[in-house]
Design a protein around this ligand. Structure first.
Ligand SMILES: [Zn+2]
Ligand SMILES: [Zn+2]
Length: 305
C-alpha cells in the first residue's frame, strides 16, 4: 500500500525566496491527506502536480499563520471548482470561527460540506480511523495549543500465493478466509496450513509529524520507533536561547529526538529565514542522527511501497 509524504513548504514564519511556509501532503493508498496549509500551498500543489480535489482530510497543527493561512484560499478554490464531496478538517477549535467569519463577509456558502473535528493538546487522541490508517494527535509544547499528528498504517491482510492456490484448485470463495489466516481443508480431508498458501503482509509503518515545539520528552513514548519522523528544526544549536524563548527546536535537538525515539529516518524542516543555505542544519542533525534528510520542497519520501 502506498504511503508517502511530499514536502510543499519548509520555511518557518514567513515565505522567503525559494522556500514556502509549512505544508505537506501524504498519499496513503491513493488518497491525499494535507498536513498544515500555509500561504502558498495551492501554488505548490500546482507546481508539483498534486490535485487539490483529491484531498479529503486536512490536519492543522496550530494557529500560527505559517501553518494555516492558505486554508481559506484552498477552501474557496475547491468551492469555485465545483467540489461536492465532503471535506474533514482536524484543527484547534478557533479555526472554525476564523473560517466562518471569512466566508460570512464574502457572502459565500460552500457547495460542499466541511466537517471540523477539534483537536486538543491535553492528551493524545485518535482522531481518524479508516480502512488504511489510524491518526493520533501528538500534544506538543509550543507558545499556543499545538499538536503534531501520528499516522499509523493498518496491518494488511495476508497475501495469497496465487500459483499455489491454482495448483491445489482451491475455490475462489475461500480466498477471503485465507487472507484472514485460516487453514484450508481439501475435500479429501487434507489440511493445508495457511502459511503454505499465503505470506504475511509487511509490518505497518508509521509517520510522525512533529511541527512547532520546544524540545521536550513528553511525546517521546508516543512517537517511538517511527518509520519516518518529521521534526521541526528551526535553528542551529548556537541559537538555543532563541529556540527556548520561541518554543522551537534546534537541528541538534531534532537529531536527539530521532535517536532517543529509535526513528528509522528523520526529516528536518521549518527552517528559519535567516538560513540562506541549509547544509549546516543538516550536518548538525546528522552529527547525532546520520539518517537525516532535509525537507526539500517537492521531494517525496516513501514510507512504504
Ligand atoms: Zn511555525
Ligand atoms: Zn508556531
Amino acid at each position: 500500500m502506498k504511503f508517502e509524504v511530499t514536502i510543499l513548504g519548509s520555511s518557518s514564519a514567513t515565505p522567503i525566496f525559494n522556500r514556502n511556509p509549512t505544508a505537506q501532503v501524504l498519499n496513503i493508498n491513493e488518497k491525499l491527506y494535507l498536513v498544515d496549509c500555509a500561504e502558498g500551498t495551492q501554488q505548490q500543489m500546482l507546481r508539483f502536480d498534486i490535485k487539490a480535489s483529491r484531498i479529503d482530510y486536512i490536519f492543522i497543527s496550530h494557529l500560527h499563520g505559517d501553518h494555516y493561512l492558505g486554508l481559506v484560499g484552498l477552501l474557496s478554490s475547491l468551492h469555485l471548482n465545483g467540489r461536492k464531496k465532503a471535506l474533514k478538517v482536524f484543527c484547534p477549535a478557533p479555526l472554525k470561527e476564523i473560517i466562518d467569519l471569512q466566508l460570512k463577509y464574502s457572502e459565500t456558502t460552500l457547495h460542499y460540506p466541511v466537517e471540523f473535528v477539534f483537536t486538543s493538546d491535553e492528551r493524545p487522541e485518535v482522531i481518524l480511523d479508516n480502512q488504511d490508517i489510524i491518526v493520533e494527535t501528538i500534544p506538543l509544547d509550543h507558545r499556543i495549543p499545538t499538536t503534531g499528528f501520528l499516522f499509523k498504517q493498518k496491518k494488511r491482510q495476508r497475501k495469497l500465493i496465487k500459483e499455489k492456490l491454482e495448483e491445489l484448485e482451491i475455490p475462489v470463495p475461500y480466498y477471503t478466509a485465507l487472507k484472514k489466516g485460516r487453514d484450508y481443508e481439501a475435500p479429501d480431508g487434507t489440511i493445508y496450513k495457511n502459511d503454505t498458501l499465503t505470506i504475511d503482509s509487511n509490518e505497518p509503518k508509521t509517520y510522525a509529524y512533529c511541527s512547532d515545539t520546544l524540545y521536550t520528552e513528553k511525546y517521546f513514548e508516543q512517537i517511538n520507533s517511527a518509520s519516518l519522523l518529521y521534526h521541526e528544526s528551526t535553528f542551529l544549536n548556537d541559537m538555543l536561547d532563541r529556540a527556548l524563548i520561541t518554543h522551537h527546536t534546534t537541528a541538534l535537538q531534532a537529531g536527539e529526538v530521532a535517536l532517543k525515539t529509535n526513528a528509522t529516518k528523520l526529516i528536518i524542516g521549518h527552517f528559519s529565514a535567516r538560513y540562506k543555505t541549509l547544509n549546516e542544519l543538516l550536518d548538525e542533525a546528522q552529527s547525532v542522527f546520520p539518517n537525516t534528510e532535509l525537507a526539500v520542497e517537492g521531494k517525496t519520501f516513501v514510507i512504504s511501497e
